[in-house]
Design a protein around this ligand. Structure first.
Ligand code: 3PG
Length: 370
């Protein structure tokens, strides 16, 4: 059974050190960076309130060895500003030295260097995990977004320390479970973004249950090409065409009936499609959305994704899950001013992790906590 973090079970750790896994795999200055940072703050605050010292750890990017560009150092001042508590960056990759530095410091919060600089992280190496574990007295996983990876700081580490799910991980799992188990209808899945292959697991898993699949982005171009339309030079996931064959021409699959081209490439869905999709969203009781409708970052091609957001934000009754880095980023890009996100909408920090969880896969980081 997963043990969730609470004030009650933290009593025994007063004066101790928590190794807190978070996901800082973001580009600084992009909207997702503040979202991923902000969502772990409640866990950090709960730990501090209970007189626990916190050692934050994360990966960033996919470095092959040490890569200064992917250091986590810039996140220390960002976290310091958000938490209003000074954070000490521990730059050494020698865990014995890191232990000394943490042990002799007056700080309450520390941030380790990018764990993927060391090969043991991605190979889920037990010895590496044991050395990492020596830096704390207990472990908390608040990194749902990387829990689909069997990495040492989310999986192997649980063998060496009492382990808990953080407040964010709990929220992610409970919200996704609620949507997955819901018997409310209409049940709508929206897929867009770059690759149809990433979303296929979700389409398969919800094929019987969902009433409507609204398709945009490259998955739409791939479906349209598979149905015989000439999509020019649009981004098509050709290798996936044989796999989508069972879903072609199905009534519950909605494909764009108008699109916006730049030269010979489809870069967005058109206004008629936005209207059709918005009507479905309006009626829906459960909605799961991953992947923008078009290349929203490019001027003139954000209307499809903006239209979907408008419909999502207007539906105050459905249980709505939105995930994927780009989709979350699109909200902050297309609605730069504060927007009202009501409590029925849950923004998942997970991209691949959300899709894997929704597809019914067992996530190593979550299984490890069980
Ligand atoms: C993410 O941003 O989706 C996670 O941090 C996982 O990153 P990865 O795909 O490099 O493992």
């Amino acid at each position: 059974m997963i043990k969730y973090l609470s004030g009650q079970n933290l009593k025994k750790f007063s004066g101790k050190t928590c190794l807190l896994r978070v996901d800082l795999n973001v580009e600084i200055g992009m909207p997702l960076d503040s979202y991923r940072l902000e969502t772990v703050i409640p866990t950090v605050q709960l730990l501090l309130k209970n007189n626990v010292r916190v050692v934050l750890m994360s990966h960033r990017g996919r470095p092959k060895g040490i890569d200064k560009e992917l250091s986590l150092k810039p996140f220390a001042p960002i976290f310091t500003r958000k938490l209003r508590v000074p954070i000490r960056f521990v730059g050494t990759l020698d865990f014995k030295e890191a232990k000394k530095e943490i042990g002799t410091s007056k700080n309450e919060i520390f941030l380790l260097e990018n764990l993927r600089f060391l090969p043991g992280e991605e190979s889920n190496n037990a010895e590496f995990a044991e050395q990492l574990a020596s830096l704390g007295d207990f472990f908390v996983n608040d990194a749902f977004a990387v829990s689909h990876r069997a990495n040492a700081s989310v999986a192997a580490i649980v063998k060496f320390l009492p382990s808990y799910a953080g407040l964010l991980l709990e929220k992610e799992v409970k919200n996704l479970d609620k949507a997955m188990k819901s018997d409310d209808h209409p049940f709508t899945i929206i897929v867009g973004g770059a690759k149809v292959s990433d979303k296929l697991g979700v389409v398969k898993r919800f094929w019987k249950k969902a009433d409507d699949f609204l398709v945009g982005g490259s998955p739409a171009s791939t479906f349209l090409e598979a149905e015989g339309m000439d999509v020019g030079d649009s981004l098509v996931d050709a290798a996936t065409i044989p796999m989508i064959a069972p879903y072609l021409n199905a009534k519950k699959i909605h494909l764009p009936n108008d699109v916006k081209y730049q030269s010979t490439k489809i870069l967005d869905i058109g206004p008629k499609t936005v209207k059709e999709y918005a009507d479905v969203i309006k009626q829906s009781k459960v909605i799961i959305w991953n992947g923008p409708m078009g290349w929203f970052e490019r001027k003139g091609f954000g209307n499809g994704t903006r239209g979907i957001w408008k419909a999502i934000l207007a539906n105050k009754k459905a249980h709505i899950i939105v995930g994927g880095g780009e989709t979350v980023t699109s909200l902050k890009t297309l609605y730069p001013k504060p927007y009202a996100l009501s409590s029925n909408v849950f923004l998942s920090t997970g991209g691949g992790a959300m899709l894997a969880y929704l597809s019914g896969e067992k996530l190593p980081g979550i299984e490890a906590l069980r």
